[in-house]
Design a protein around this ligand. Structure first.
Ligand SMILES: *[C@@H]1O[C@H](CO)[C@@H](O)[C@H](O)[C@H]1NC(C)=O
Ligand SMILES: *[C@@H]1O[C@H](CO)[C@@H](O)[C@H](O)[C@H]1NC(C)=O
Ligand SMILES: *[C@@H]1O[C@H](CO)[C@@H](O)[C@H](O)[C@H]1NC(C)=O
Ligand SMILES: *[C@@H]1O[C@H](CO)[C@@H](O)[C@H](O)[C@H]1NC(C)=O
Ligand SMILES: *[C@@H]1O[C@H](CO)[C@@H](O)[C@H](O)[C@H]1NC(C)=O
Ligand SMILES: *[C@@H]1O[C@H](CO)[C@@H](O)[C@H](O)[C@H]1NC(C)=O
Ligand SMILES: *[C@@H]1O[C@H](CO)[C@@H](O)[C@H](O)[C@H]1NC(C)=O
Ligand SMILES: *[C@@H]1O[C@H](CO)[C@@H](O)[C@H](O)[C@H]1NC(C)=O
Ligand SMILES: *[C@@H]1O[C@H](CO)[C@@H](O)[C@H](O)[C@H]1NC(C)=O
Ligand SMILES: *[C@@H]1O[C@H](CO)[C@@H](O)[C@H](O)[C@H]1NC(C)=O
Ligand SMILES: *[C@@H]1O[C@H](CO)[C@@H](O)[C@H](O)[C@H]1NC(C)=O
Ligand SMILES: *[C@@H]1O[C@H](CO)[C@@H](O)[C@H](O)[C@H]1NC(C)=O
Length: 473
């Protein structure tokens, strides 16, 4: 968040809520990371079901854990991070790809942030693919574990529940903007995929059954990830949650890599460098406690798993030769050659840019969703994944020029909730009404961002508008 916004935000928060006036202190939400808790709200949906293990070249399990909004220097000054760095490999030239949060979460699973410059309610159409398409093509199991998400496949904007820290009042612990995969209709509108976005009660069940999948995305809640708190609060959470799990084979065995990173830096006016550690038994012993200064970005999380399992690429940032360096020791084990950019090399692009990048999620510089570069060369050597729903001929080159929807009084067409709901365990599609933000079930306290127009109508108006612009030109 921009410092001036932060100040305004802090003042507003101070004025409107009791908890903001008192610094929150960490309290464990459960008796241990591997026990269920009523504080997580959602019941466990039983154990996840995975196919046989698919061996990778450098590791067999990848667990990424995302913390929030912290400058590199702030994390580096934390005693808990300093402690952890002795157990891991510090990547000290690792960058977020833009601001604010949500576009970074989208990018890390979809290879692009599609111009997004806000934390608004967005959904991305079904013809746009994610890492899930790449993993499933090779039968590699996966899950997204979202702390305090009320039930599997929850698509709401956020979820408010009892405040377990104070025991008094309510608190919004879960937010959709930190759950990249559910934003993609290619996940949210496919039951078998949506239901692999699970909460921490499921994590406990999956752990106990030794069923933690091979690819994982872990999002702690808004207090434990530092979003509403401080690096010291995060440190307490890491000591409670991650440190004990590092010692357990069901989470971290000798073929596990853990990527502990941040979504973005707190300060927008410096480049987007974030403190990132590689931990886990799969890290070669001689790299423990060392530093790797290769230039990495959130696309590295995609390119590294692609190289490891020989996956296709998405043909987007994950195949961009400037941004897609594979974690060096994995690159060496997979015969991939990185681009040589490292340290504070002047060729490192500015990744703190926001708002001025055109795309389908940028309302003032709107262009439709276009096909990726289907002839790109990714790090897994398998070509580019092409959804059967994709119009391969509709590329960036053939797209219309960006238009300012706001100037035309139009909302972003991708900000209307498509209405996918799994509250009863089966997919139900509810066309959002123009006036109601009423949740689908009593369990769903997270109001949906119902925008006044139906998506079809918006798209029709928009197509007409874009055609009009093209004809005028
Ligand atoms: C919920 O969290 C609070 C604060 O740590 C704790 O006192 C309580 O025991 C927790 N409840 C459960 C069911 O674990
Ligand atoms: C760092 O690790 C040591 C040894 O495990 C431990 O005693 C100490 O409390 C840790 N410090 C912090 C700040 O977590
Ligand atoms: C509990 O919350 C209510 C309403 O938000 C507030 O009036 C009250 O002072 C709080 N009590 C404590 C002990 O914090
Ligand atoms: C990794 O763990 C497995 C299972 O515990 C064991 O059989 C194997 O020898 C270990 N490999 C190394 C290199 O430690
Ligand atoms: C991005 O960071 C650079 C410093 O690396 C700074 O010069 C520039 O002003 C920043 N851009 C924005 C939009 O804040
Ligand atoms: C790759 O990323 C760089 C840095 O953001 C950008 O300048 C370049 O246009 C991208 N290349 C392609 C082919 O998109
Ligand atoms: C993807 O689907 C959306 C929604 O139907 C459509 O607007 C867009 O043109 C499609 N893009 C491609 C490249 O298929
Ligand atoms: C897409 O382009 C190819 C070759 O450029 C052409 O053969 C094909 O007919 C086009 N498909 C559509 C749906 O326009
Ligand atoms: C888009 O239009 C709005 C409203 O007219 C205006 O405030 C804004 O500056 C425009 N943005 C761009 C990038 O043209
Ligand atoms: C869930 O709700 C839908 C629509 O009301 C219904 O068709 C379906 O049978 C329900 N599924 C379960 C498991 O109750
Ligand atoms: C639980 O998951 C199974 C499949 O993994 C699914 O059939 C069922 O509908 C899910 N139920 C809930 C409540 O999420
Ligand atoms: C949660 O969603 C509601 C309804 O869209 C919104 O008013 C509120 O600001 C959101 N809160 C957070 C913390 O995201």
């Amino acid at each position: 968040m921009h410092p001036s916004l932060l100040l305004v935000g802090a003042m507003l928060a101070f004025a409107t809520s009791a908890f903001a006036a008192v610094a929150q202190s960490f309290q464990p939400p459960a008796s241990s990371p591997t026990d269920p808790s009523g504080n997580y709200t959602g019941q466990s949906n039983g154990t996840i079901s995975n196919g046989p293990l698919v061996s990778g070249k450098a590791f067999d399990r990848f667990i990424q854990i995302w913390i929030e909004n912290t400058d590199y220097a702030t994390a580096a000054s934390s005693p808990v991070f300093q402690n952890l760095s002795k157990e891991g490999l510090l990547l000290d030239s690792f960058y977020g790809v833009t601001h604010p949060s949500e576009p970074n979460y989208i990018a890390a699973v979809g290879g692009d942030f599609f111009g997004a410059a806000s934390d608004n309610f967005f959904h991305i159409p079904q013809n746009i693919s994610t890492v899930v398409d790449l993993l499933e093509e090779k039968n590699i199991s996966w899950a997204s574990y979202q702390e305090n998400m009320p039930y599997d496949g929850f698509t709401g904007f956020n979820y408010t529940q009892k405040n377990y820290l104070t025991g008094n009042g309510t608190y919004t612990y879960y937010v959709r903007k930190h759950n990249g995969l559910i934003i993609f209709d290619s996940v949210a509108n496919v039951s078998s995929r949506a239901l692999r976005t699970r909460n921490f009660n499921d994590f406990a069940a999956d752990f106990k059954a030794d069923a933690i999948p091979q690819w994982n995305f872990v999002t702690p809640n808004l207090v434990n990830d530092g979003h509403d708190t401080t690096i010291d609060f995060v440190g307490d959470w890491l000591n409670y949650w991650l440190i004990p799990l590092l010692g357990d084979d069901k989470f971290n065995n000798n073929r596990t890599l853990i990527l502990l990173t941040f979504d973005e830096s707190e300060t927008y006016t410096i480049n987007n460098r974030i403190y990132t550690l590689v931990l886990g038994g799969g890290l070669p012993a001689d790299l423990k406690g060392t530093t790797d200064s290769t230039f990495y970005t959130h696309y590295t999380a995609l390119s590294t798993v692609q190289a490891n399992w020989g996956l296709k690429s998405l043909g987007r940032g994950d195949a961009n030769a400037t941004l897609n360096n594979v974690i060096d020791f994995v690159a060496k084990q997979t015969s991939w050659t990185n681009n040589g950019i490292a340290g504070n090399d002047s060729s490192i692009p500015l990744l703190n840019i926001t708002g001025t990048i055109p795309g389908p999620l940028n309302t003032v510089l709107y262009v439709p969703f276009t096909a990726p570069n289907t002839s790109a060369v990714g790090t897994g050597g398998g070509g580019v994944f092409v959804s059967p729903l994709l119009d391969k001929n509709f590329t960036a080159a053939s797209a219309p020029k960006p238009v300012n929807l706001t100037a035309s009084g139009l909302p972003n067409p991708w900000s209307t909730d498509p209405g996918f709901n799994y509250a009863n365990g089966t997919e139900v599609i509810q066309a959002p009404s123009a006036t109601s933000t009423k949740p689908a079930s009593g369990k769903n306290a997270g109001a949906r961002a119902a925008v006044g127009m139906r998506e079809g109508a918006v798209v029709t108006v928009l197509v007409g508008f874009v055609l009009g612009v093209v004809m005028v030109l």
